[in-house]
Design a protein around this ligand. Structure first.
Ligand SMILES: Nc1ncnc2c1ncn2[C@@H]1O[C@H](COP(=O)(O)OP(=O)(O)OP(=O)(O)O)[C@@H](O)[C@H]1O
Length: 205
C-alpha cells in the first residue's frame, strides 16, 4: 500500500537570522505559531515560502523537495500572507482571473463581504476588508499550504469567527496552515497544536 507523504516537511531549514527549524504538517492540519514580538515568526514563514534565501536545510511539499519547483511554482502552492498584504493593481478584481473568481464566489459572503467588494478599489477598502479579500486572493490560487501572519488582527470577533470557519472547511479538504497569532484563545480554536518561536528557533510548545 502506498503511504501518503506529509503535506509539508521542514528539515534543518536555516538562514543567518533564523533556525535551524525542523517540523512537519500533515494534510488538513492547522498549527498555530506563537512567540513574542520580534522572535522571528514572520522570518520563519518567509523562509518556508522561499521569499528570503535559506543557507541550509530542505522543505518538501507532498514528498517533493522545493528544488524541484521554480520559485513562482512553489509560491503558488505555498502561499505566504503577511499581516498587511500587498496589492499590485488598482481594483480587487484585477487580482483574479475568471476561474479564480468562480472558485471563491461562494466564499465572499461566508466572510461577511458583499459581492461588490470584488470590484472595489483597493485604496477605498478598510484594513479588515483588505485582510479578508487577501485570504480570498490566496484561496483562489488553490494553495496546498497557507502561511498566515496575524491574519485577523484587524477583524472584529464576528468576522474573525467567519474567517476561522472558512479556513476550517478548507482544511477538511486538505489545506495545511501555519497560523501566526498572539491570541491564546485563537490558537486553541484553530489549531490542535502550537509551535513556539524564540530567538529565531522553533520548538513544540
Ligand atoms: N529583512 C530583514 N533584515 C534584517 N532584520 C530583519 C528583517 N526582517 C526581520 N528582521 C528582524 O528579525 C527579527 C524577527 O522579526 P520577525 O518580523 O520575524 O518577528 P515576529 O516574531 O514576526 O514579530 P511580531 O510578532 O512583532 O510580528 C526582528 O528583530 C526583526 O527586526
Amino acid at each position: 500500500m502506498q503511504t501518503i507523504p506529509p503535506r509539508l516537511v521542514v528539515r534543518n531549514l536555516q538562514s543567518p537570522r533564523s533556525g535551524p527549524h525542523a517540523f512537519q504538517l500533515e494534510r488538513g492540519e492547522c498549527v498555530a505559531i506563537r512567540g513574542r514580538s520580534g522572535s522571528g515568526k514572520s522570518v520563519l514563514l518567509r523562509l518556508i515560502a522561499d521569499l528570503d534565501p535559506s543557507n541550509g536545510g530542505t522543505v518538501e511539499l507532498d514528498g517533493q523537495p522545493r528544488e524541484q519547483f521554480s520559485g513562482p511554482q512553489w509560491r503558488r502552492r505555498v502561499i505566504y500572507q503577511s499581516a498587511e498584504p500587498a496589492w499590485w493593481a488598482p481594483t480587487v478584481g484585477d487580482h483574479f482571473d475568471a476561474a479564480q473568481r468562480l472558485r471563491i464566489a461562494t466564499m465572499v459572503e461566508a466572510l461577511g463581504l458583499p459581492q461588490t467588494s470584488l470590484d472595489a478599489e483597493v485604496l477605498r477598502l478598510s484594513t479588515g476588508e483588505r485582510q479578508r479579500l487577501a485570504l480570498l486572493r490566496s484561496l483562489a490560487r488553490d494553495p496546498a499550504v497557507l502561511l498566515l501572519d496575524e491574519p485577523t488582527a484587524a477583524l472584529d470577533s464576528e468576522s474573525t469567527q467567519a474567517y476561522e470557519d472558512l479556513l476550517h472547511g478548507q482544511c477538511t479538504q486538505g489545506l495545511a496552515i501555519l497560523w501566526v497569532t498572539h491570541s491564546d484563545e485563537q490558537a486553541h480554536r484553530v489549531a490542535a497544536r502550537s509551535l513556539v518561536v524564540d530567538g529565531g528557533r522553533v520548538s513544540a510548545s
